[in-house]
Ligand binder design. Structure first.
Ligand SMILES: Nc1ncnc2c1ncn2[C@@H]1O[C@H](COP(=O)(O)OP(=O)(O)OP(=O)(O)O)[C@@H](O)[C@H]1O
Ligand SMILES: [Mg+2]
Length: 271
């Protein structure tokens, strides 16, 4: 077991990405977003979710998966957005359990047939496309076709596009307006508030079997400032703080430790 876990009586690493869906942290701000996504998908709509790096977009998708009844929705998660159009459709086929076809037209036909089968079985397909800011323009150009079915009277599937904030700017371009206009809801995942940061740190410590007060309040306030409300950065710094406190044989992480860790882990701020 790691030295810092031993030192603070923690049973597992507290700030790790290995977290079960059911243990995901959902404060009111995130719960509201997941509810809105569920609502959109129940209405067979498509959605755009954007946010800065590490604010918890992919975890919101996991919470969504957990919230939707599996018997009514077939979810497909794809994070390989860098593929060209043809490979992208092949991947969509594989994810839907279809034989990948050689031409884009055949793939499109296979996808639409499968979607009809699913509709007969009363299962609505939901395609979750993570890291969508990396999509090639070539793929984006065709994506709206998937949302445009039966003379545009029905949606073949619900598309959930997730990516960094510049995805929104890109989709607003004239060239992408067909797709953008079919994304019924455009949601923004904000960075954490200072209260959220405190709540998150304490919850994850508690889940790892540690005391909620392992980080002093002013230490958490400084962590919040340093991370700007981004969760991945918070995980990284909080772990470094626990290690530093254990090395110094402290009982808890105080503001001074956070300040040292922040300085030593941001090389550009060194004199
Ligand atoms: N709801 C949550 N509950 C628990 N931990 C979370 C939650 N959201 C985020 N995290 C933590 O923060 C890390 C980063 O979150 P996530 O990968 O969802 O961010 P992201 O916005 O998708 O980042 P990127 O822009 O790099 O794709 C996760 O690995 C996890 O440790
Ligand atoms: Mg992500």
């Amino acid at each position: 077991m790691s030295f810092h876990l031993d030192a603070f009586g923690l049973s597992v690493e507290p700030f790790t990405k290995e977290i079960e869906d059911r243990d995901l942290w959902l404060p009111p701000s995130k719960r509201g977003l997941v509810d809105e996504l569920v609502d959109a998908i129940e209405a067979r709509e498509s959605v755009l979710v954007t946010g800065e790096p590490g604010v918890g977009k992919t975890c919101v998708l996991r919470a969504l998966r957990n919230a939707l009844p599996a018997e009514r929705y077939r979810l497909t998660y794809c994070h390989n957005a860098t593929l060209g159009r043809r490979d992208f459709y092949r991947q969509l086929c594989l994810a839907l359990g279809l034989q990948p076809s050689a031409t884009a037209a055949a793939v499109f036909y296979a996808v639409t047939t499968q979607v009809e089968d699913l509709a007969r079985e009363r299962q609505h397909p939901v395609f979750l496309l993570d890291e969508a800011h990396l999509l090639h323009q070539d793929t984006l150009d065709h994506l709206h076709i998937l949302l445009n079915y039966a003379w545009d009277s029905k949606a073949l599937l619900s598309l959930v596009l997730v990516g960094l904030s510049d995805l929104d700017d890109r989709l607003r371009l004239r060239r992408n307006r067909s797709l953008y206009s079919r994304l019924h809801r455009r949601l923004l995942l904000d960075p954490l508030s200072p209260e959220d940061t405190a709540d998150y740190v304490r919850l994850r410590l508690e889940r790892a079997g540690g005391g909620r007060e392992l980080f002093a309040s002013d230490a958490i306030a400084l962590l919040h400032e340093a991370t700007g409300g981004a969760l991945r950065e918070l995980d990284r710094l909080a772990t470094a703080c626990l290690r530093a406190a254990a090395r110094k044989k402290r009982k808890a992480v105080d503001r001074d430790i956070v300040s040292r860790v922040v300085r030593s882990s941001s090389p550009e701020e060194r004199p």
